[in-house]
Design a protein around this ligand. Sequence first.
Ligand code: NAD
Length: 478
Amino acid sequence: IPVDPFDLVIFGGTGDLARRKILPGLYRRYQAGQMPEEARIIAAARSDHDDAEFRDIARAAIEEFIPEGKRDAASLDEFIERLSYVAIDATGDDGWAPLSEKMREGMIRAFYFSVAPSLFGPIAERLHQHGIAGPDSRIVVEKPFGRDLASARKLNQTLAQHFDETQIYRIDHYLGKETVQNLMAVRFGNVLFEPLWNAQYVDHIQITVAETVGVDGRGAYYDKSGAMRDMVQNHLMQLLCLIAMEPPSRFDPDAVRDEKLKVIRALEPVEPYQIVRGQYEAGGGQPSYRDHAENPRSLTESFVAMKINVSNWRWAGTPFYLRTGKRLKARTSEIAVVFKDAPHSIFGAEAGRHRNILTIRLQPNEGMMLGVTIKEPGPGGMRLVDVPLDMTFADALGPEAEDVPDAYERLIMDVIRGNQTLFMRGDEVEAAWAWTDPIIQAWEERDDAPKPYDPGTSGPEDAQMLMHREGRRWREIR
Ligand code: NAD
């Protein structure tokens, strides 16, 4: 179903994010027939280009980031015609009048701030000064949304001077992933899971986001942030919220976000012994983290694993274990809900220990898998094996599932539709920082040194111990 006609202005329209994600995503939606003929996309950035030059940039980006078999010349030409360019320095006065002239009446107006957060204020202010943004306009802002509670608050206040909360779309692309939304469908659309979704039946939950890449190329930026700020405060926290939250009364933006906020507020402070930080060493022909960061004394973590307790009736006593890191064994994002043992085994000790585990895979191969225990086939008596009930979407739903929109595509269309459900609300972001800040401050105060780990592993040995000492273990990263 096509969305309503819109004018979308991308500040930073020539940048890396615009070229890799936003423009290819918009093209894919055009190709899918979701973008109306009247839609226009205006890139605004500092460099001097005319429309033709920008269209070449956009075409090259789409050709680079969308495989040949997934695009076609005719639709690409049509899409490119919808693009134009205005040179604007966000901190200056030029370019705003031409931008204003390009905006059409009666269209949805959306402004994508794909620029450094320091420019959010200047852009917001000028959009109003020049009468370009109004009460129905929407703005999209990227991560990082602050680097601590104070800076996030300040950003929220800056945006609030010019826009109402209902106009602000804070992107966390993890929320745009198909499986993440499916998580809500599975939890709240079936009777099967919800009765078991609590401390009585769930032993613990694991959330893993593992990358094989290092910080090469963005080492200087990353070194000021680290895994806690770059991944945990936003992406992993959002996943935790969706697993832990109470059923909202309806699938509506504020109902969902209210429930997520309650989860964040129920997180217990994390004690130092419940966290392991790591930093990758050189290996496999690749430099170490410190070399990548060009900071021989860096104390920034490229890996973090932790145990989190959610203090509420549903989860008391059922810990959430989170880990994320770079240069690990495999690229994978996975949530595992590990259920408790059956209360009594009628098959005796030799049948071994078997547990149901629901795994939700975000990448690769988005899907879900439920491990169930069955009898091993054959005449050997009552031997038990665990087999997967596999719900890989590509298998279950056919080829259509392979063509699910990328997170960015979906989220941008949600902006045009005016649906904020999958975007973070200001108070959510602040609550997440309020929980994260003391952890980072404690590290900084005692110059905490991350544990070194070899590339291609599952992170520092201590991260394994975090689970082992409680009789649990991490799922293998693969
Ligand atoms: P980039 O440096 O590649 O591009 C920045 C863009 O902003 C360019 O188009 C540049 O012309 C424009 N710009 C810079 N200063 C300007 C000014 N004064 N006035 C007008 N335009 C100006 O950056 P990027 O990687 O595309 O990132 C953009 C934003 O998105 C950042 O906030 C970044 O943190 C965030 N982000 C990027 C990625 C990514 O994968 N690249 C991922 C998540 C979030």
